[in-house]
Design a protein around this ligand. Structure first.
Ligand SMILES: [Zn+2]
Length: 349
């Protein structure tokens, strides 16, 4: 341990070489990649050429962060030690540090990650802002010129989504609800349809007879509203739309540093695309629910249960016969799935 302390005290604070000059922040940022590479290879950020190792002349000078935070691994350093902060030039050691540019002196220093009090807070804010600008600009330059195309796709998908939503509504609202009957039957347990022998015959054993687990049930739920999702997506995409790709690129060039405008465009774009994706996933549930195997399984459970619900699967129509309830006669709901419109894999040609 004492040997370590001795080593630490000889870690240089001042380099014999004159620090390199970085007249602007752009100059400082230009060595960021090389610095990170050096750090990775050596774990000695303080030996990066051209750094300033002495204390700044003024008290609490302003600085900007070139690297917000890096971490050294002392086990990979010859001295086995953490690093010193070149701005404080005390013996205190840091595992985490920053690479900072000091505009008044035009130099770079490796400093501790907590160095600088309120100056540190300013530098962090600035760093975060620059970082967000980079992320936003990268995302928007890829997607903003395509918004027009995304909106066209959403409009084309609208008819499909509307049809799917109408089918769902039909099943949920016609007569004694077929949809509710199925949802109720799958509630609890592991979602599989089952009946108890005792339900059919008095005195029979409480042994469940289990049928297949029905799939695509979101199609029957009130949250199934792909049409609404597409409409909401279109509102967002239209808000983000800057016109033709060339116009979108021009807008990006002139707004590259305007965080608020970029953030708004980003929010509209990502929300719009997410809603469109949700709508597509919901519509995919229609094909899953209305598939022959799924409906046949529900039908055989109904027959065993004797609840009056019947489903006939046909390639052109799927017909649901609702169970009679509250004195009402059986309701017949005939669905026209228009398989091809919904992109159903078993679409008849
Ligand atoms: Zn410091």
């Amino acid at each position: 341990m004492s040997e370590r302390i001795a080593l630490a005290s000889v870690q240089p604070l001042a380099s014999p070489a004159t620090p390199a000059g970085y007249p602007t922040f752009v100059h400082a940022m230009a060595v960021r990649g090389a610095f990170l590479e050096h750090l990775k290879l050596t774990q000695h950020p303080e030996t990066f050429p051209g750094l300033c190792h002495s204390k700044p002349p003024s008290r609490s000078p302003r600085f900007l962060l070139v690297v917000d935070e890096f971490v050294v691994d002392p086990s990979k350093r010859e001295d086995g030690e953490f690093i010193r902060c070149a701005a404080c030039a005390t013996k205190k050691k840091f595992r985490k540090g920053s690479l900072a540019w000091y505009p008044e002196e035009a130099v770079l220093r490796v400093i501790g990650n907590e160095c600088g009090d309120e100056r540190r807070a300013e530098a962090r804010e600035d760093y975060k802002r620059r970082n967000s600008l980079d992320v936003l600009n990268a995302y928007l330059s890829e997607h903003l010129p395509r918004v027009h195309q995304y909106a066209l796709e959403a409009r084309a998908f609208r008819e499909v989504a509307r049809h799917a939503q109408e089918l769902s509504l039909q099943l949920r609202t016609t007569g004694p609800s077929v949809g509710q009957a199925i949802l109720r039957a799958t509630k609890g347990g592991d979602g599989r349809l089952s009946i108890f022998a005792s339900e059919l015959q008095e005195g029979a054993l409480e042994r469940p007879i289990v049928f297949a687990k029905p799939v695509g049930l979101d199609f029957l739920r009130t949250k199934f509203q792909p049409n609404r999702l597409v409409d909401e997506a279109l509102i967002r995409l239209n808000q983000a739309d800057r016109g033709a790709p060339s116009k979108a690129r021009r807008w990006l060039t002139s707004h590259a540093a305007r965080l608020d405008d970029l953030t708004a465009a980003y929010a509209n774009l990502t929300t719009g695309l997410r809603k469109l994706d949700d709508a597509r996933q919901q519509v995919a549930q229609v094909g899953v629910f209305l598939s022959r195997s799924n409906l046949t399984a529900i039908d055989s459970w109904s027959r065993a249960h004797g609840n009056g619900l019947r489903i006939e699967w046909g390639s052109v129509f799927v017909t649901f016969y609702g169970a009679p309830a509250r004195g009402q006669k059986a309701t017949i709901t005939s669905l026209h799935p228009r398989w091809r419109l919904l992109g159903h894999p078993t679409a008849p040609l």
